[in-house]
Design a binder for this molecule. Sequence first.
Ligand code: AKG
Ligand code: FE2
Length: 258
Amino acid sequence: MPFQYHDGLREEYQTAGFIVLRDLIPAALLTDLRSETDRAREIARREHGEQAQRLQPIYRYPELNPQPFRDFLNLPELQKVVENVLSPEHKQSNIMGVLLEPAEEAWATNWHRDWAHHVQNLSPERFETVKRNLRMFNQLNGALYEDGSLWAVPYSHNRPDTPEELTAFPQNPPSSPAITPEMTSTERERVCLRYARSMPGAVQLLLGAGDVAFYRACMWHIGAYIPYRRRATLHDGFYCQEDLDWQKEMKMFQENYT
Ligand SMILES: O=C(O)CCC(=O)C(=O)O
Ligand SMILES: [Fe+2]
C-alpha cells in the first residue's frame, strides 16, 4: 500500500532520529525523476570526475527539468510529514541534490555527525546544545533505485557519543576506511563494508525504490558506495529559522578561521 501519514511517526522520529516512509513516490513520478537524474549523473561525472558522489543543487543546471523534483516536494503525504513530524515552520530548501554511485571504485565517507565533524574547531559544547534541538538538522534521502548506501546509529541524534563509539572512533574527524592504492576493487569494497559495520549499533538503511528516509544529520551516519549498485537518491533538507541562523553562524565562523 502506498505510504500514508500517521501520527505515530512524530514520536518514532524524535526517538530514533530517523523514519522511513515506504512506497511514497508514485511510479510515474519515479520514471520522470530517473530520467532527469540520468542526465544529472552525466553532468556530475563531467564536472567532478568518475567518482562523483553528488550533483547539488540540481536547480543550478538549466539542462535539468526542475519540475519532477518540485512535484516530489509537493507530494501531499510528504508535506503532511514535514508539517506534522517537523513543523509548519519547516520550509522547502533550494538545495535539492542527487546522490550517485561512483563509476569506478567503492569508497565510503567517514563515520560522522554533520557539522560536528565537518567544521574545524567547532566547540563540542556548542554542538552538544544545538543537536538537542529537534527542530534542527532535518533532511531526507529519497531512493529512486534500491539503495543501501546510508548507514546510521539509531538514537544517536540527540545524545553525546557513547564510550563505545569513542573507543571505535577516538579522533576528530573520525578515521576513514583504510583503503590503499594497492588494493583491488573487491578488497576496497570489503574494507568499506567492514568499516561501516565497525561502528557499535550501526544499521544499514535499506530503501526500496520510491522509499524516503528522513533523518537528523547530527546523528552518527555514513555513506558507503559500490560502483555496481546503481544509485540516484534525492537529497534535501527542510529548515526552520534556527537552522538558517546556525548556517549563517557556521559560515561566519569558518570564514574567520580561514
Ligand atoms: O550518501 C549518503 O546518503 C550520505 C552522505 C553524507 O552523509 C555526507 O556526504 O555527509
Ligand atoms: Fe553526512
